[in-house]
Structures are given as structure tokens and as C-alpha cells.
Design a protein around this ligand. Structure first.
Ligand SMILES: *Cc1c(COP(=O)(O)O)cnc(C)c1O
Length: 371
């Protein structure tokens, strides 16, 4: 095996999940060998679902969570398979890999849909959405990514949400890389459902993901989910009856998620986490500015969670990645055509002050100062 990290090396993961775990969450992974069909595990899942519903204040009243095994993609696909209509059309608004992935999911599930396509570096153009709505009156749902991790752009969901509210469109939101940190104003956005994951802004371990949906969606007559494993109504029926799940959940990952949710709340919740990430973003951005490294987007277009930077001329990503990995930091490549142009740095997970200082030194050491 190539380049396996040394036994006790502290790796700082600057990729968009999984994240460097706190020792508290890592410790929870070893909490014991439980059976997923015993009441103590059912109670744990009920508590996880309850706490997921409390992470963002605007979801507390009218939304309920279910938890399923799988990465963030499984939650997004489950959300679309369970809530995108068969009679009615879902408009997918895409400006990156994850928006385009939702379109592929709807196609795979045979759900009626349209695509409002944007360049990956562009913000959402409401005029493009309006034009789609005018040309197709059957559009009843709108699927969009909150934080498009392809570039780090925080999409202007407030503006799209106003439009959804005014037109009575139900929003289906990929919040996989924003849940737990960025602001979510569910009622103002006419949010029907969102998908999230344990191992991004919540700082859990990878393997569990979740969907929060408005109570009227849970109660509405079952749509054809087009999938057995991803049929969220089956999860809802059993998890909200007694906490049991239709299929085996990763028990230890659930221990870690529960601990991560406790820690998230104790540290001040989503707004505190957003502020923490923003402070890290500023520090890293300052260090890279000193090296003459430019951002791909305007700084005010980014989320708090991840920023993308242009690779300096004549520097390969592979070389930069290897040099930083040797110092214990994992950065992330661009996707698609951006692969040769950018690198990405996420701000999630257990990054201590000394790690941040070492990171800034490693970045300037490898990229050179231009002062
Ligand atoms: C990470 C991510 C996903 C899911 O990716 P997985 O590899 O399945 O965890 C989906 N959407 C967005 C916006 C993401 O950042």
C-alpha cells in the first residue's frame, strides 16, 4: 500500500468529508458491541433523529428526521426517490457536480424532471429558473444544492426560496455540505426536505446520512420510491414508531454521530460552527494571499465550509498535495475540468490552533511568498 500514514500520525483532513474527528467522537466509536435490534439502540436512533431536528431552529417545529446507512449521496438519492413526484416535474438547478448528480438520480429513477444548467463557476440565475417555469407549467418541485462543494459557492437559496414560496414550489435541498453550519430558513424557502450526512459539518464518522422532511410530506400518500433500500417512508414508519430501522445501521457510527451532535450543541450550535469555519477560512486565505494564490470565486461568494484556490502557474496539484501530505495535511483536488486549475481546502473537523499555524507555514513554505 502506497503512502499509508504512520500509525499515530495526526492527519488533518482538509477534504470535504470525512473530517478529522475529535478524540471525544473517536472514543465513542469504541463504545461497545450493540445489536441494532435491541431497545437501547432503538432509543439511540430516536435521540439522534430528535437532535438532528434541533440543529437548525427553523426545522424544529415542522420537520422530522430519519437516519439511514450510506454516504451523503444515499440520503440525496433517497430524498429524490421518496419525494420527487411522479405526477409533476422536478426542476433541478445545477451549478456543479452535486447539482448535476441530482439530475442523474432523477433520470435513473425515471422521475419527470428538467435541468436549469449553469456554468460551474456561475451563481444561480433566477431568470433561467423563471424561463423554465414559464415553459413547463408541470414543474412542482425544485431541487438544488445549498453549498456547491465543487467550487465552495454558497448558493443564494434565500432568493431561490422566495421564488419557491411565491410559486408554491416544494424545495428539495442537498444540504450535505452545509447542514450544521450554514443558515437554513426552512419556512421562507418552502423547504419540503433536505439531505445531510454525519461526516461533514456535524463532525461524525462516515457511514450514516439523514433526511429531514416536513410533516405534511411524511404524511402524504406514498409515492412510488422506485427503490426498496431508499424508500424513506419505510424508515419513517419504523424509526418514528419505536426507533427500529428496516435495515442494519452501522452501530458504532451511530455512537459517533450521537456524540458529535452533543458536542455540536455544547459548542454553540450551527452559528458557532459557521463562525469557527469563517475564522479558519480567513486565516488560510490570508496565508495564500501572501503567496499570490488567488481564489477561484470572489471571497464573498464562498460558504464558510470550503474555499477553492487557483493553482499557481507551473504547479501541479499532485506535487502540492504530496508536499502537504508529507506534513500531515490532506488537501483536495478540483473535479472535472477544474482538476487542472484549482485545489480546495475545507475547514471542517478537529483543527486546533497549532494545526492551523503549521498549515499556514506549510502553505507558504510550499507556495513561496510574494511579499
Ligand atoms: C459530499 C457531498 C455529497 C455526498 O457525497 P458522498 O461522497 O456521498 O458523501 C453530496 N452533495 C454535496 C454538496 C456534497 O458536498
Amino acid at each position: 500500500m502506497q503512502q499509508r500514514p504512520a500509525e499515530n500520525q495526526r492527519l488533518i483532513l482538509l477534504n470535504p468529508g470525512p473530517v478529522t474527528l475529535t478524540s471525544r467522537v473517536r472514543g465513542a466509536l469504541a463504545a461497545g458491541d450493540w445489536c441494532h435490534r435491541e431497545p437501547e439502540f432503538a432509543a439511540l436512533i430516536r435521540d439522534i433523529n430528535l437532535r438532528l431536528g434541533q440543529v437548525h431552529g427553523s426545522l424544529v417545529q415542522d420537520y422530522c428526521a430519519v437516519t439511514l446507512a450510506g454516504s451523503g449521496t444515499s440520503a440525496v438519492e433517497a430524498m429524490l426517490s421518496s419525494f420527487a413526484p411522479d405526477h409533476g416535474t422536478t426542476l433541478v438547478v445545477a451549478n456543479g457536480v452535486y447539482g448535476e448528480r441530482m439530475q442523474r438520480m432523477l433520470a435513473a429513477h425515471g422521475k419527470p424532471h428538467r435541468l436549469a444548467e449553469h456554468d460551474w463557476t456561475a451563481g444561480i440565475d433566477l431568470a433561467v429558473i423563471e424561463k423554465c417555469l414559464q415553459s413547463d407549467p408541470s414543474i412542482s418541485h425544485l431541487a438544488i444544492v445549498h453549498h456547491e462543494t465543487t467550487t465552495g459557492r454558497l448558493n443564494d437559496i434565500a432568493a431561490v426560496g422566495r421564488l419557491c414560496q411565491a410559486r408554491g414550489l416544494t424545495m428539495l435541498l442537498d444540504a450535505v455540505s452545509s447542514f450544521g453550519a450554514e443558515q437554513i430558513d426552512a419556512a421562507a424557502w418552502n423547504l419540503g426536505a433536505l439531505a445531510g450526512t454525519a461526516n461533514k459539518c456535524l463532525h461524525g464518522a462516515p457511514g450514516l446520512s439523514f433526511v429531514l422532511a416536513r410533516n405534511d410530506l411524511w404524511a402524504s400518500p406514498a409515492l412510488k420510491a422506485g427503490s426498496i433500500y431508499l424508500d424513506l417512508r419505510a424508515y419513517y414508519a419504523s424509526q418514528h414508531r419505536d426507533g427500529y430501522s428496516p435495515f442494519t445501521l452501522p452501530v458504532q457510527i451511530a455512537f459517533a454521530l450521537h456524540e458529535a451532535l452533543l458536542e455540536h450543541a455544547e459548542e454553540g450550535g450551527a452559528e458557532a460552527r459557521r463562525q469557527l469555519y469563517l475564522a479558519r477560512a480567513q486565516r488560510i486565505h490570508s496565508a495564500l494571499s501572501v503567496c499570490g494564490v488567488a481564489t477561484l470565486l470572489r471571497p464573498d461568494e464562498y460558504s464558510s465550509v470550503l474555499w477553492s484556490y487557483r493553482l499557481p502557474a507551473r504547479r501541479s496539484y499532485a506535487e502540492l498535495h504530496a508536499a502537504l501530505k508529507a506534513e500531515g495535511f490532506i488537501i483536495y483536488a478540483g473535479q472535472g475540468d477544474l482538476g487542472r486549475q484549482i485545489f480546495r481546502i475545507a475547514h471542517m473537523g478537529d483543527i486546533q490552533e497549532e494545526d492551523l499555524i503549521r498549515l499556514c507555514t506549510a502553505l507558504t513554505g510550499n507556495l513561496g511568498t510574494r511579499l
